[in-house]
Ligand binder design. Structure first.
Ligand SMILES: Nc1nc2c(ncn2[C@@H]2O[C@H](COP(=O)(O)OP(=O)(O)OP(=O)(O)O)[C@@H](O)[C@H]2O)c(=O)[nH]1
Length: 221
């Protein structure tokens, strides 16, 4: 018996699950909030577990509903975030340009994602690398754009972008780039998971479009 239930025949949005990963403090929550609500919090608290928000994006006449999952980057929350990796369509590997360690940890984040999402290493999964906090001064910057591009070349990641959640630079572009990257991977048919229409509820998925926001955990100082 099919586990897909038709709900509304009119809406044809494509629902994409986007997971944002990266070290604690690189600005994952701020990127999500800048993108969804155009707001920035100077004193954003650490995420515990995961939180998600939905936002519709139009590209080339097609509307995509991004279901963006913001995860807790701190190691102590690993067991709270990893159960949410399965069923991801796009993974954003995030670091802060003023934090070299967060850049070095991209390998760890990529491996953790592939393992818990149950995706084979050599699959062309749509990862996108995001270097956040480009508003910092030249003296504070520890990772160059060229280093980011070299890491992507070496690790088979085709898309990368630098952003600032603080001054709203490239944030919309980062999510649109992610969709375009997903479209490319989808057209090659080389992914584990595919999209599904928003007027269809897949009972194997944990999410529903009726919820515009969900909090799995909370924030702490
Ligand atoms: N200068 C600057 N600061 C930022 C930027 N984005 C986030 N921040 C700051 O960095 C700190 C951490 O931001 P969060 O968004 O909470 O970081 P996170 O990656 O979600 O952290 P975890 O929840 O611990 O995983 C906060 O003080 C933010 O105000 C940015 O683009 N530029």
């Amino acid at each position: 018996m099919s586990n897909r239930v038709n709900m509304r025949p009119t809406s044809k949005n494509i629902l994409l699950k986007v997971v944002i990963l990266g070290d604690g403090g690189v600005g994952k929550s701020c990127l999500m909030n800048r993108f969804v609500s155009n707001q920035f919090d100077e004193n954003s608290f650490h995420t515990i577990g995961v939180e998600f928000l939905n936002k519709d994006v139009e590209i080339d006449g097609e509307t995509y509903t991004l279901q963006i999952w913001d995860t807790a980057g701190q190691e102590r929350f690993k067991t709270l975030r990893t159960p949410f990796y399965r069923g991801t369509d796009i993974c954003m590997l995030t670091y802060a340009v003023d934090d070299k360690a967060s850049f070095r940890n991209l390998n760890m984040w990529k491996s953790e994602f592939l393992f818990y999402a149950d995706i084979k290493e050599n699959t062309h999964f749509p990862f996108i690398v995001v270097g956040n906090k480009t508003d910092v001064s030249c003296e504070e910057r520890k990772v160059t754009q060229m280093e980011m591009e070299m890491w992507c070349d070496e690790n088979g990641v085709a898309s990368c972008i630098e952003t600032s959640a603080k001054n709203a630079s490239n944030v919309q572009e980062a999510f649109k780039l992610a969709i375009r990257h997903w479209l490319k991977a989808e057209s090659k048919g080389d992914k584990n998971e595919s999209c599904y229409a928003a007027d269809t509820v897949d009972l194997n998925k944990r999410s529903s479009l009726n919820r515009s926001s969900c909090c799995m955990g909370s924030t702490e100082e």
